[in-house]
Ligand binder design. Structure first.
Ligand code: PA5
Length: 412
């Protein structure tokens, strides 16, 4: 379903890749690997009915989480927009008072619910935001506040689990064998996406089709394998920065999710490709200059859709061609955007930037499901090829320890 193209195809060492794929699948954190074909339908129904309730009683759903606990679902919601019944808003992904105030200002007196998402159940940013939001819920709904709190956390551990059990909040479980950044297709992502009015069956179906390719294709023909091996080759050749680029600004949060996925999975033991992102054509008028003529350590992965998004405009013909654009009259805006994409690939390649293409069939929820699975697989494999653990993030602890020390938390 997802296609991968590059100017110079790399050789795939089939035996090594098969071994690494098997290691990933059998890893204690490899639960996401077969998830598209194993999703529990009873869990999906529970998610859908919670989402229906939220849509009926809440103008806003505030999703509280950070890192892998919010980027995946925000990526899908920002890319597709929701049905509009319930607007999904975010808190707890920073410690900024200004950002929290924005959430309160937006909600105003409207009805709202809260979905707190944290696997560990102890992360500071979401925990603090949740405390404020709980207070607001209590002020507004009194003893009915708990009916508007949805907790997505570990099955049996953590402060949040303890609180949710004691307060009898509606609970969703993040499986033990799936880490934050690989969790979009668990309740972490599915509940907010469903509450936004996006069809989660179609999202899962897209991931399922991508997962099926593993069985149906030879390992060297798998797009995710080709992408991972091509990245590894470029890193060896000194290209240690990757820019994910899209010509659809609504894919910006998806790029943020990708940055987190690859950054936390690969960047350890002084290794890894630094993941960056651009939105075109906007950034062609800023970072475009650096890309074209700056240091030659950057490669680009162009994320695109074979069929353009359905929304389109035809450029009108004007009697007086004062802006000299009549040469484009009758052309669709998507056509112009596509020519800009092709021109950028041509210019960047000519400027010495290796450009990969990752192509999804169309701008649909299925394609997003497929892209999520594609990048998860490629990322885990890339980390394995670099000899690092794709599923831990020991470096994230360093700032937490220093912060807890400054804040005076007991034991730090
Ligand atoms: O991908 C990851 O594992 C991390 O980004 C976590 O999702 C993030 O640190 C939040 O952790 P938690 O869900 O435990 O609050």
């Amino acid at each position: 379903m997802i296609r991968f193209e590059s100017e110079q195809p790399v050789a795939v060492n089939v035996a090594t890749i098969e071994e690494l794929l098997s290691e990933i699948r059998n890893d204690k954190m490899g639960g996401w690997y077969d998830l598209p074909k194993k999703i529990d339908s009873a869990e999906v129904e529970k998610i859908k009915s919670a989402a229906e309730k939220i849509q009926l009683d809440s103008e806003y759903l505030v999703c509280v989480g950070i890192g892998g606990s919010y980027l995946g679902h925000k990526a899908v919601i920002d890319a597709l927009g929701g049905s509009g019944e319930t607007k999904v808003f975010y808190a707890g992904n920073s410690l900024s008072a200004r950002e929290l105030k924005k959430v309160f200002d937006e909600i105003g007196d409207a009805d709202f619910s809260v979905n707190i998402i944290s696997k560990s159940g102890t992360t500071t940013e979401p925990a603090i935001a949740f405390r404020f939001l709980k207070e607001k819920l209590k002020q507004k709904y009194d003893d009915k506040a708990s009916e508007r709190i949805y907790v997505t956390t570990d099955a049996a551990r953590g402060a949040l689990y303890g609180e949710a059990t004691q307060e009898k909040y509606t609970r969703f479980v993040i499986p033990d064998n799936i880490g934050g950044r690989y969790s979009v297709l668990t309740p972490v992502g599915l509940l907010p996406i469903a509450a936004a009015g996006i069809d989660i069956d179609r999202l899962i179906a897209g991931a399922f089709i991508e997962h099926r390719e593993i069985k149906e294709k030879h390992v060297s023909d798998l797009a995710a394998v080709k992408y991972a091996c091509s990245r590894a080759k470029l890193l060896k050749d000194g290209f240690d920065v990757e820019v994910l680029a899209s010509f659809e600004p609504s894919m910006n949060t998806f790029e943020e999710w990708w940055k987190q996925l690859f950054g936390e999975s690969e960047g350890k033991q002084n290794q890894g490709i630094f993941p960056a992102a651009t939105v075109y054509t906007t950034d062609l008028h800023s970072l475009g200059q650096y890309l074209q003529e700056g240091r030659r350590n950057i490669f680009e992965t162009m994320l695109s859709f074979a069929k353009p998004p359905e929304v389109d405009f035809e450029i009108p013909e004007l009697k007086q061609d004062l802006d000299q654009l009549n040469y484009l009259a009758g052309k669709k805006l998507s056509f112009v955007n596509e020519q800009a994409r092709l021109a950028t690939i041509e210019a960047h390649r000519a400027g010495g930037i290796p450009v990969f293409e990752v192509i999804a069939p169309d701008y649909s929820v299925e394609s997003l499901g497929a892209l999520i699975y594609f990048f998860e697989l490629a990322c885990a494999l890339s980390a394995k090829l670099a000899g690092v653990n794709p599923f831990d993030q020991p470096g994230v602890e360093a700032y937490k320890t220093a912060m807890f020390h400054l804040l005076g938390k007991a034991g730090f």
